[in-house]
Design a protein around this ligand. Structure first.
Ligand code: NAD
Length: 345
């Protein structure tokens, strides 16, 4: 076998694995491998394609988002695509900052170069381990909730979204925007997951593998009465569209505005605005120290350039924004005591 044939075979093998993992995770809500293994295979394929661009298929898992929407749900075409995030990892064996956080430093360098600035402000948030949804409010009334699906088309889960107690059916303002499309994560708190699994076992049903699967399986139900019986939570992390009012010009401002409208988001105790790679790394380490005691699972943190004008100037690559990155944590070990967090609505 030639070298190039061996590489092509390896790329095909990794592609088939990722396609199977994606289907299990996004369509069946039942992954067979931990996220760290998925990330490892994804990275190997991405590196192989970067070194040998002729191996990159247009429909490679490295170029696509999520999984196909399930036909049993009504499709929702997203007016603004729901994208993925590029990932950065840290080298926990390295003690010096430059080696430990090399990928983060490279992200900050790309952003500074793209903007022609020497220092950039970043809004930092936990990376919630749930599933992405988009919610549309017209004149302050919730009219639609959709999953991300393949990024272009999601699943209509409006009735199920309406059963989530913390999501306002009506915005708490006398002057609502004509249109507001909020993006965020539906998840299950650790305590609600434990109660649900205890219940499943008591009824002789199969327990869920983790809170993410429980949340995804509960939201993507054809019968919203089942969703209503599960305790789901929601945290906003972005605004996709606003019409009729001037939206704030920073990510931080947008999040504060959403809280004023009654939409849940994590408060200032957990979200932060920092400067540069050192600021992001300090946030990363600080949240990592609290990770096991948070009331919900997170698989990393997310940094977004804070200024909306700067975000726009940086734009997007094919499947992810250039102005944001997910900084992943190592696979999590046992859970410990849960702390109270500052949730603002
Ligand atoms: P991603 O998880 O890297 O990033 C995009 C998603 O992050 C968004 O859709 C949103 O849902 C979420 N998110 C959470 N907090 C956020 C915040 N504060 N701001 C913005 N977005 C936030 O990309 P992806 O394409 O959704 O998923 C890939 C990841 O899913 C993999 O890295 C892996 O961990 C996991 N996965 C696992 C398997 C498996 O078999 N175990 C299969 C597929 C995917």
């Amino acid at each position: 076998m030639t070298m190039s044939q061996a590489l092509a075979d390896r790329a095909a093998e990794l592609t088939a694995l990722l396609e199977r993992y994606n289907h299990e995770y996004y369509v069946n809500d039942a992954p067979s491998v931990p996220d760290s293994e998925y990330d490892r295979v994804f990275r190997e394929l991405a590196e192989l394609e970067a070194a040998h661009p002729e191996l990159r298929r247009a429909d490679s898992p490295t170029q696509r988002i999520g999984g196909a929407p399930v036909p049993a749900f009504e499709p929702v075409v997203h007016a603004v695509p729901m994208l993925s995030l590029s990932n950065a990892f840290s080298d926990f064996d390295a003690a010096d900052f430059a080696t430990r956080h090399a990928e983060l430093i490279a992200f900050d360098e790309r952003v500074r170069k793209g903007l022609g600035q020497s220092l950039v402000e970043y809004a930092c948030e936990p990376k919630f381990d749930g599933l992405a949804v988009s919610m549309s409010y017209i004149d302050g009334v919730l009219v639609q909730g959709a999953t991300r699906g393949d990024g272009a088309t999601g699943e209509n889960v409006t009735e199920n979204i309406r059963t989530i107690r913390s999501i306002p059916l009506k915005l708490t303002t006398p002057t609502p925007p004509a249109l507001l499309e909020v993006r965020g994560e539906v998840l299950m708190l650790k305590k609600d997951f434990e109660a649900l699994n205890a219940d499943q076992l008591a009824r002789g049903d199969k327990p869920f593998a983790n809170p993410r699967n429980a949340a995804a399986g509960s939201l993507r139900q054809l019968d919203s009465k089942i969703t209503a019986r599960r305790r789901l939570s929601f945290f906003a992390y972005g605004v996709a569209r606003v019409e009729g009012v001037d939206a704030p010009d920073t990510h931080e401002g947008e999040m504060a505005w959403l809280a004023e409208l009654g939409i849940p988001r994590v408060g200032d105790g957990l979200a932060a605005v920092v400067e540069g790679a050192e600021g992001m790394a300090a946030y990363y380490e600080g949240v990592l120290a609290r990770r096991a005691s948070l009331p919900f699972d997170i698989d990393g943190v997310v940094y977004k350039v804070n200024s909306k004008a700067e975000q726009e100037a940086l734009g997007f690559v094919s499947r992810a924004p250039r102005f944001a990155i997910a900084h992943k944590y190592p696979a999590e070990e046992a859970l410990t005591v849960v702390e109270a967090i500052d949730v603002q609505v």
